[in-house]
Design a protein around this ligand. Structure first.
Ligand SMILES: [Zn+2]
Length: 115
């Protein structure tokens, strides 16, 4: 349960990571990942060129940490991609969402609502 608390900040740019609900139809099947949404993050900025060299045009990735604590690239197709999947800190969480977040190891911060 502890690792996400320890990894709340991006190891590349130091930004606060935000919880993102992955799409049900994705390979992560609705898991919540912690993702760096800093558009100035070196990891993210370099990703576009790296993907282009691999032949994947118009694709980049952001730093993500999965519920098991592993770092992994989260693919995006624009700077706005996935932002509509950020678990909205302004929206009160339903009980089932809280249960889920705790289950995957995300301990709700006291400043939830002021991220
Ligand atoms: Zn970052």
């Amino acid at each position: 349960m502890i690792y996400l608390m320890e990894n709340k900040f991006c190891p590349h740019c130091g930004s606060k990571l935000l919880p993102v609900e992955t799409p049900e139809e994705s390979t992560w099947g609705g898991e919540i990942h912690m993702v760096c949404f800093n558009d100035e993050c070196r990891y993210y900025k370099d990703s576009w060129e790296h993907m282009a060299r691999c032949g994947a045009l118009s694709t980049g990735y952001r730093l993500g940490i999965d519920p098991r604590g592993s770092r992994r690239p989260v693919l995006v197709w624009s700077s706005e991609a996935l932002k509509d999947h950020i678990v909205n800190p302004d929206k009160p969480l339903s009980e089932s969402e809280k249960v889920y977040l705790r289950k995957v190891g995300y301990i709700l911060p006291e400043d939830w609502g002021n991220l």
